[in-house]
Design a protein around this ligand. Structure first.
Ligand code: ZN
Length: 193
């Protein structure tokens, strides 16, 4: 008998029971179910909208799953060489925000900032932005070019970081299109500020 087959979780280093663990498709190593669960809870969400089609993917440190629990091609394309793209920027000992956008290649950010589902009277612009996202997410506009929305955690549990972007080569077309549908980039920037 040998103990060499004993596997450790890449997340917490615990020893895994035989056949009772999952796999990190980011690190390409065994992962325990507890680490998978907490990774998905804190994961970033990337949504791609193009021509009325909507694709979503959850991006964690250890796992990346689309609706079929796969890594979608559209993510591989902008992630470049490594799938280890999820990034967190600390602003002080307690605060920080997701900054995964910095690891994407060939993209052009059109507007970024934050939103909240708990907008008070001082933050009505957040409701406007959320409505815009809902319209996009419900396929109200047959987007002629790919647009992406990256939603990430911040240390404020009531607010989410948002990056609204496209691929570099479509920057001018997307900018024009947003103007045509009544959501110019300048307005989106203001709503996210
Ligand atoms: Zn673990």
């Amino acid at each position: 008998m040998t103990t060499e087959t004993q596997q450790k979780c890449v997340g917490c280093d615990s020893i895994l029971d035989e056949d009772d663990y999952t796999y990190s498709n980011v690190q390409d190593k065994p992962l325990c179910y507890g680490c998978e669960e907490s990774d998905l809870q804190g994961a970033s969400t990337l949504v791609k909208v193009h021509g009325g089609e909507i694709d979503r993917v959850r991006i964690g440190d250890y796992v990346i799953y689309d609706e079929d629990a796969e890594i979608p091609d559209f993510l591989t394309k902008i992630a470049g060489d490594s799938l280890d793209v999820r990034k967190w920027t600390k602003t002080d000992a307690w605060r920080g925000h997701g900054s995964t956008i910095e690891n994407f290649k060939g993209v052009k950010v059109l507007a970024s900032g934050w939103t909240t589902g708990w907008a008070d009277e001082y933050h009505q612009r957040k409701i406007k932005f959320n409505n815009f996202l809902n319209e996009i997410g419900e396929g109200e506009y047959a987007t002629p070019f790919p647009i992406y929305v990256l939603l990430e955690q911040t240390s404020n549990v009531f607010s989410q970081g948002v990056d609204f972007f496209t691929e570099e080569r479509y920057e001018s077309q997307v900018t024009e299109w947003l103007e045509e549908i009544g959501y110019p980039v300048s307005v989106l920037k203001e709503w996210l500020s």
